[in-house]
Design a protein around this ligand. Structure first.
Ligand code: GLA
Length: 389
């Protein structure tokens, strides 16, 4: 970031303090700072939804800023410096709680649960009992059902200037899932990235697959398609799907297919290769990659995925302990949603890298298990680490 901007930026956040208001500083002198002026006005996030108060929380570490709302525990803005030091907002989002409540694209930046991605026929069996879920995606359930974790209000606690803790109690039977599930998501913006820790416990056996559904455009939200972004995914296999995007149960090699991102490749090169039936089913990329998990380890400096914005030079490395990653190329974005800063969400103007267990695991005994039992502690971590070149 431009060093001259730093003092203003720091002042802006000092003023924001520990409450969701963010204060009217968003409209004050400090907001003339170009980074701060990219942020939505926190007043637009003050509301009451389902009897609970919503707000917008800012995290900062000097070089980067995140804005997070407790409605759906969503990342609303993520501002990182590009190769010229210009602050760039790299996630798609809305500038008010009203738009999150009423616009058609419901997953921008959300924490997704109780089960991220699809469960076939909206049914699964656990310990001999069948559970029926809500069909919100053709014959299947998607991203938690009618009202998943991205559509509920979480309890928020700012732990320090760079850490926000969000908790939610998903009651026994909510959306058809068994067990009272206590979920905690901790967002921490450290010196080089956004870290997300997921924790959960249950009082009955259940299934769980938590992820974050940020839509990234590393050239800046609303700046055109992501087709020229470079992407590398450390996965030599993926889970092919049927026409309703449920995995067939097979795990197949990416070699020789449009799914081969083992070496950095331009996203747009084969995204429209509809001679490939999987690309046809997904209307582009909308598939789970089987990570070489031993490699997805920050300590050994090998990320699960690396994406680079062709114009901004912003490099995002994704680290996770999860076995899979859903790579989705914004195939359902259609320019009808008004984004922050007067931008729109055109077709293929964002991609998602949702770290996760495989879709439909509760019905696929050979996939890694997503069961959580009473007495067990669910813990998972994913980090998005940034640099520019
Ligand atoms: C996931 C799904 C996609 C789509 C998006 C949200 O990535 O796999 O099919 O539903 O979420 O639009």
């Amino acid at each position: 970031m431009n060093k001259l901007l730093m003092p203003c930026f720091a002042l802006f956040f000092a003023a924001c303090g520990n409450n969701p208001s963010g204060t009217s500083a968003a409209n004050g002198a400090a907001a003339t700072d170009s980074a701060a002026s990219l942020l939505p006005n926190p007043d637009n996030f003050r509301d009451t939804v389902d009897g609970k108060v919503t707000g917008l929380y800012f995290l900062h570490n000097g070089a980067m800023t995140a804005a997070i709302t407790n409605y759906g525990a969503r990342v609303v803005s993520l501002i990182v410096p590009d190769k010229r030091g210009n602050p760039t907002d790299i996630v798609l989002g809305y500038d008010s709680i009203g738009k999150y409540l009423h616009r058609p694209e419901t997953y921008f930046g959300a924490i997704v649960g109780r089960y991220g991605n699809r469960i076939a026929h909206a049914k699964f069996r656990l310990d001999g009992k069948e559970y029926t879920l809500f069909k919100n995606n053709g014959p299947n359930t998607l991203h938690g059902g009618k009202k998943g974790f991205g559509q509920v209000v979480w309890e928020a606690r700012k732990l320090d200037t760079s850490t926000l803790q969000l908790t939610y109690l998903s009651k026994d039977g909510e959306e058809g899932y068994p067990g009272n599930l206590n979920v905690k998501v901790t967002y921490r913006l450290d010196s080089n990235g956004l870290r997300i820790a997921y924790d959960a416990t249950t009082d009955k056996a259940t299934v769980l697959n938590l992820t974050n559904h940020a839509y990234f455009n590393l050239n800046g939200q609303g700046s055109g398609t992501i087709n020229n972004h470079l992407l590398q995914i450390h996965a030599d296999r993926y889970t092919p799907v049927d026409s309703t995007l449920i995995p067939t149960g097979k795990i197949e090699p990416v070699a020789g297919t449009p799914f081969d991102f083992t070496k950095p490749a331009v996203i747009g090169r084969r995204v429209n290769d509809t001679a490939n039936q999987q690309i046809k089913f997904g209307k582009g990329y909308d598939h789970n990659f089987v990570l070489l998990t031993a490699m997805a380890d920050e300590a050994s400096h090998v990320p699960a995925a690396v994406a680079t914005g062709d114009l901004s030079g912003i490099v995002m490395k994704v680290y996770t302990d999860q076995p899979g990653i859903q790579f989705y190329t914004g195939n359902f974005l259609n320019g009808t949603d008004p984004l922050k800063a007067g931008k729109t969400d055109g077709y293929r103007t964002a991609f998602c890298l949702e770290t996760q267990h495989f879709p439909n695991s509760p019905n696929e005994p050979l996939f890694p298990s997503t069961e959580l039992k009473p007495g067990e502690k669910y813990h998972s971590e994913t980090s998005y680490v940034f640099s520019a070149k």
